[in-house]
Write a protein that binds this ligand. Structure first.
Ligand code: PBG
Length: 324
């Protein structure tokens, strides 16, 4: 069984042989590219805490998405950065809002690129929370009406998939019912099922200007300590009708991805979040890590753990490397 008969190094001696025994392969087809869209024209504002990521006006978002598609990336997911916010996040379900505008433009100008929309009101609320607020508490059932309205508006604009990220209980079922009522029975839902209350979202909140103005998100996002609870979240979202379930963040939560893979049969998405991206960018900028290798190794690890697809700000760079 063991040495000297077996030498595991034998299979590592040459690249062609290493390729034959390689268990996990990354391809551009694994990626979903997250994009921030905002108002105006010809705007491409770099996000300070996410070098290489931008807030795009719709016209330039179309160009960026077209390039992603050329690189073999199957999908983008859109986040809206509106000009104004209010207490109830009403901009989230405005049919003339920034995301519906972007969806319409993308579906018209970049056909065959899958357009996913993030469904959550935090980018549209003045307090920055993912739900309606009363007396300092984040309301659950009252928020569902906002989310269903938002999903409906995205569907009507032509979105190919909606992705609720708010972590309210019952939102997948509520959205499924609303979509079905509207005739969108074939429109899939990718549920941010196990979304943890993580510090790694900080650069995103800078990008989307969506930091909570009071308190934190621990009454709705998950405790980073819990894996069994993550499986309950995943199971309940599947029962409610989720077609794809997501684990988020990704690299610090590989055990959650692996547990999800072992316990479910639905496709699993993992979100390599803004903080994961910015850590690699910062270390590479300082000369401490090789950026290309760090990006590919982290994505490979996420896929190896069990993810079928990855949401990553590295999508274009990684696709370029993989295609070359
Ligand atoms: C909520 C949402 C967040 C992210 C995706 N959807 C922010 C949050 O929960 O505070 C984070 C993504 C990232 O960090 O890249 N709409």
């Amino acid at each position: 069984m063991a040495f000297p008969r077996h030498r595991l190094r034998r299979l590592r001696q040459q690249e062609p042989l290493r390729r034959l025994v390689r268990e996990t392969w990354l391809t551009a087809s694994d990626f979903i590219y997250p994009m921030f869209v905002t108002t105006g024209k010809s705007r491409k504002d770099e996000i300070a805490s996410m070098p290489g990521q931008y807030r795009f006006s719709v016209d330039l978002a179309v160009k960026e998405a077209a390039e992603a598609k050329r690189l073999g990336i199957p999908a983008v997911i859109l986040f809206g950065v509106p000009d104004s916010k209010d207490e109830k996040g009403t901009g989230a379900y405005d049919p003339a809002g920034i995301v519906p505008q972007a969806v319409r433009a993308l579906k018209e100008q970049v056909p065959d690129l899958l357009v996913i929309t993030d469904v959550c009101i935090d980018e549209y609320t003045s307090h920055g929370h993912c739900g309606l607020v009363k007396d300092g508490r984040i309301l659950n059932d009252e928020t569902l009406d906002c989310l269903t309205a938002m999903a409906r508006v995205h569907a009507e604009a032509g979105a190919d998939m909606v992705a609720p990220s708010d972590m309210m209980d019952g939102r997948v079922l509520a959205i499924r019912n609303e979509l079905d009522r509207g005739g969108f029975t074939e429109l899939p839902i990718m549920a941010y099922a196990a979304k943890f209350a993580s510090c790694f979202y900080a650069p995103f909140r800078d990008a989307a200007q969506s930091s909570p103005k009071f308190g934190d998100r621990q009454s709705y996002q998950m405790d980073p300590a819990n894996v069994r609870e993550a499986l309950r979240e995943i199971r309940s979202d599947i029962q409610e009708g989720a077609d794809i379930v997501m684990v988020k963040p990704a690299l610090p939560y590989l055990d959650i991805i692996a547990a999800a893979r072992a316990n479910t049969t639905v496709p699993i998405a993992a979100y390599q979040v803004s903080g994961e991206y910015s850590m690699i960018k910062a270390a590479a900028h300082a000369g401490w890590l090789d950026e290309s290798r760090a990006m590919l190794e982290s994505l490979l690890a996420i896929k190896r753990a069990g993810a079928d697809m990855m949401l990553t700000y590295f999508a274009k760079d990684a696709a370029r490397l993989l295609n070359s």
